[in-house]
Design a binder for this molecule. Structure first.
Ligand code: ADP
Ligand code: MG
Length: 491
């Protein structure tokens, strides 16, 4: 199970590393006070504390989350003893706190995470189901009801209910390959582990010891035995993301596992049995990779028995998904808790602009555009001026229909028109806005932007942003737009 965002309140590197294994984004707070501050700005899925945390500090975090969050994160206290601190019992069950006795116990951690998530889910609102085609899609939050999504769901069910192992998922970057992998897992091994590893993110040696584990003394620095992810997956699923990036010699070892269903730890002599379902994904054309001798042909044939393919967001079959996804991200985003529930919809023009874009980054790019729009928007509807998309020249050709004054104002003004695609400028504006919104509190602003404080400092310097830095929309808001003026004159 991989979470989106974890807030770690600990200076211990092993606790921070643990967070890195289970979340895509890790925010670190030095103390509980800073944690409250960060969590008030970007709501994490989970808060991870170490055993230095005091009951009073946890209470403070909980109290602030009762007041602020639309969705309350679970809390894990990572300790170093099999006995949990007795004071934990004083917290009410809906505080959703769990104790992890050992920071190296990844398996236990996954079980704790499942419990925390299932409790959180019970509390979530009901109408969210409008976004999903069926229960399976809802269980992994796969939004979309287009023909293409229905076809993918059909394939997932077909493959998951067969004994097909390995499973290959193909699709451009950001199309949701990991969600599909989870959906296969949910059907096949609902109660077992889902372990993911990104083959592109690790060096060959690291990847090998991550996957297979190692025995003590296998190489310099291997001072104790390590359990590999294949072993951790147990009878569940191991997801090998971006398999095309796996080094060739490791591909050979993977092929051996697929054929013989056994593997050895690095430096080990015992054969371990692999019972997990192996799901792989690729955004590259693996046949072409074979032709270029970057991917083993025999492994490709082994993987591609019954591939599940996901259509890119730009395909005409998925056009209907764009509106649904945009609305879903608007509804569920936690990027700006202060605006939670206040921005209720998108204007037709914004949707039209979204539908015309070619989405090279697919759903991931769309989610980022919506989150950026939530930050930028100052009204209760996301208008075209808050939709900043990387250039593909389609937005400008948007038909002026149902345009609000605000939108026309922005189309008339070259400084903020949706056709102004300078990324550099957008970044400067976004940072200035985050600083303004956080009252120039850099920790909060960094959290809001999803970057570290150090990066924020560097960017503030790079863009020469100072208090009072020009923010186009806010300034123009004071000037009447051409239509308003005309209306006044006519009256
Ligand atoms: N159909 C979908 N509904 C909701 N979110 C989606 C959908 N497809 C992708 N996403 C989101 O987009 C992001 C990228 O998805 P991911 O599975 O990591 O893509 P990939 O592995 O194909 O690059 C994730 O945050 C994921 O939750
Ligand atoms: Mg991925």
């Amino acid at each position: 199970m991989v979470l989106r965002r974890i807030l770690v309140v600990s200076r211990h590197t092993e606790v921070q590393q643990l967070a890195g294994r289970i979340a895509r984004q890790v925010l670190v707070a030095d103390d509980p006070r800073e944690a409250v501050d960060i969590a008030a700005t970007v709501v994490p899925d989970l808060i991870l504390l170490d055993d230095l945390a005091q009951p009073g500090e946890i209470r403070t975090i909980l109290d602030s989350s009762y007041n602020n969050y639309s969705h309350r994160p679970g809390i894990i206290l990572a300790g170093n003893s099999s006995i949990q601190p007795p004071w934990l019992a004083q917290f009410e069950p809906d505080a959703n706190i769990e104790y992890l006795p050992n920071t190296n116990d990844y398996e236990q951690l996954q079980k704790i995470l499942s419990r925390i998530q299932s409790r959180a889910r019970v509390e979530s609102p009901g109408d969210i189901n409008d976004f999903f085609a069926d229960d399976l899609a809802a269980s992994v939050s796969m939004t979309g009801k287009s023909k293409a999504v229905l076809h993918t769901l059909k394939m997932i069910k077909l493959v998951a209910s067969s004994t097909c192992n390995p499973v290959l998922i193909m699709g451009q970057t950001g199309t949701g390959k990991e969600l599909v992998a989870k959906a296969v897992h949910v059907i096949r091994h609902p109660d077992a582990q889902f372990v993911a590893v990104n083959c592109a993110a690790l060096t060959a040696n690291l990847l090998e010891s991550e996957l297979f584990g190692h025995v003590r003394g296998a190489f310099t620095g291997a001072d104790k035995d390590k359990t590999g992810l294949l072993e951790l997956a147990g009878e569940g699923t191991i997801f090998l993301d971006e398999i095309s990036e796996m080094p060739l010699d490791l591909q050979a070892k993977l092929l051996r596992i697929l054929q013989e269903k056994t593997f050895r730890k690095v430096g080990g002599i015992n054969d371990l049995v692999c019972k997990a379902t192996i799901i792989t994904s690729s955004n590259r054309d693996l046949r072409q990779e074979c032709r270029a001798n970057r991917f083993r042909r025999d492994l490709y044939y082994r993987l591609s028995i019954c591939p599940i393919t996901i259509a890119p967001l730009s395909s005409s079959e998925r056009r209907d998904d764009i509106r649904l996804l945009a609305e879903y991200f608007l509804k569920t985003s936690t990027v700006c808790p202060a605006k939670a529930g206040k921005i209720t919809s998108l204007t037709e023009m914004s949707i039209e602009a979204l539908e015309k874009h070619t989405w090279p980054g697919n759903v991931r790019e769309l989610r980022n555009v919506i989150e950026r729009a939530i930050l930028l928007e100052t009204t209760d509807k996301i208008g075209l001026s808050s939709i900043l998309i990387e250039p593909d020249e389609t937005v400008l050709s948007c038909v002026v229909r149902d345009a609000s004054c605000d939108e026309i104002r922005n189309m008339h003004n070259p400084k903020t028109s949706a056709g102004d695609f300078s990324l550099d400028k957008a970044e400067r504006e976004l940072i200035a806005r985050a600083l303004q919104e956080s009252g120039w509190q850099k920790t909060r602003a960094a959290a809001l932007l999803g970057i570290t404080r150090a990066t924020l400092y560097a960017k503030v310097k790079q863009h020469n942003i100072q208090k009072g830095t020009y923010l186009p929309k806010t300034e123009q808001d004071d000037q009447p737009c051409p239509l308003e003026q005309e209306a006044v004159t006519a009256a």
